[in-house]
Design a protein around this ligand. Structure first.
Ligand code: SAH
Ligand code: SF4
Length: 364
């Protein structure tokens, strides 16, 4: 049974009034700009406030007792802590996965997911990078929304802080596999990753960015030499089929994509993950498995293949039978590459891969 708890963590102070700026989701430098440059406060206040926001996860100025009452009042007049408003928070009765629907200050909404894997103590959050997505993969619920806009770095960062504040849990791993194509919003993504690393203290090796395969941005990311994990949504080794499943493949073909991934590996030394959403009778056949096996066997860089059995989004696609998933896996394993099958989490609350479509707003 779904544990629906709309407005569970809503409080009045989360409504941003137009004259108030958000103080969360900012880097230390940005906090300093606000406090020292705009308000003329002493520099040491920056560390104090940074610590309240990030280390103590406090969204209540009243708790900031190392500031005088006057200062706290001034802050509460001018600023708000949460940038995002939690408008829905659902918890899966099946596996404990939590889904959050956030409202942005312009009224747009995005979703994030908190996943708990049975075999691990650590918590992974799946974060969005855009409102909607322009790529339009036909099996993905977000793709059907189209692109509305990029998220700002602060909006990306505040998803993590909002989840931590709401659940009182500490996130240790992040995957940019929520709504949006992260590399279509590369500048804000990079800025957010720096704030996440420096202020939330989640190491870049614990961060995974998943992309549909935008070659120039993959190379740009490689140049930063950042030690993040890169996941590529491959879905087939056949160029013609890929153009249908991942429309951006018409612009960035498989051959050039593999070449750019090799360059990426040369620059970063990081293994690449290939994601492969298995769609019954479309890309899950033995023939498709052999084509994938041939492709990955010969690649000059280390890679891992992650198979994702399709999660329903209400369209014409279907999830393959378990036996076909196993068969597909064993054929691809002949390449000598490691192949894993992603565990499905949160599908009872539409929180599994590809199911994020802001459905809860229909009930608002
Ligand atoms: N936009 C990025 C990341 C988001 S989705 C990207 O496409 O890479 C994370 C993964 O889930 C991607 O590999 C995506 O193709 C896959 N996915 C999308 N819809 C799915 C669905 N309905 N079932 C299973 N996987 C899906
Ligand atoms: Fe966009 Fe990724 Fe969904 Fe494709 S799978 S539409 S790239 S979010």
């Amino acid at each position: 049974m779904n544990n629906q708890s709309p407005n569970q963590s809503l409080n009045k102070s989360q409504n941003l009034t137009p004259t108030q700026k958000a103080l969360s989701g900012l880097s230390k430098e940005q906090i300093s700009n606000v406090l020292v440059r705009e308000l003329g406060w002493e520099k040491y206040r920056v560390n104090q406030i940074h610590s309240w926001i990030y280390s103590k996860s406090s969204a209540d100025f009243e708790e900031w007792t190392d500031l005088s009452a006057d200062k706290r009042e001034l802050l509460s007049e001018k600023f708000q802590i949460p940038l995002l408003k939690v408008v829905n928070h659902q918890i899966s009765g099946k596996d404990g996965t939590e889904k959050f629907l956030f409202e942005l200050s312009d009224g747009n909404v995005v979703e994030s997911v908190l996943m708990c894997f049975e075999d691990r103590d650590n918590l992974t959050a799946c974060i969005s990078s855009q409102v909607g997505c322009a790529v339009g993969c036909p099996f993905c619920a977000t793709g059907k929304l189209g692109l509305k806009r990029n998220l700002t770095a602060a909006e990306i960062v505040d998803q993590i802080m909002s989840i931590q504040r709401t659940t009182n849990k500490r996130i240790s791993n992040l995957v940019f596999m929520g709504q949006g194509e992260p590399l279509h919003n590369l500048d804000n993504l990079l800025e957010a990753i720096q704030i996440i690393r420096d202020s939330i203290a989640i190491g870049v090796r614990h961060i995974t960015v998943s992309t549909s395969g935008l070659i120039p941005q993959i190379l740009e990311l490689g140049k930063t030499k950042m030690q993040i994990n890169l996941a590529i949504s491959l879905h087939t080794a056949d160029q013609d089929l890929r153009e249908k499943l991942v429309p951006i493949a018409k612009k960035w073909n498989l051959f050039d994509l593999m070449r750019s991934l090799n360059e990426y590996f040369q620059m970063t030394g990081r293994r690449i993950t290939f994601e492969y959403t298995l769609l019954k009778d479309i890309n899950d056949t033995d023939e498709q498995a052999r084509a994938l096996c041939d492709l990955v066997r010969d690649l000059p860089f280390p890679c891992l293949i992650n198979l994702i059995p399709y999660n329903s989004t209400g369209g014409e696609f279907q999830r393959p039978d378990r036996s076909q998933v196993s068969k597909f896996k064993s054929i691809v394993e002949r390449s000598g590459r490691k192949v894993t099958v992603r565990v499905t989490l949160g599908n009872d609350i539409d929180a599994a891969c590809g199911q994020l479509a802001n459905k809860a707003i229909e009930n608002k």
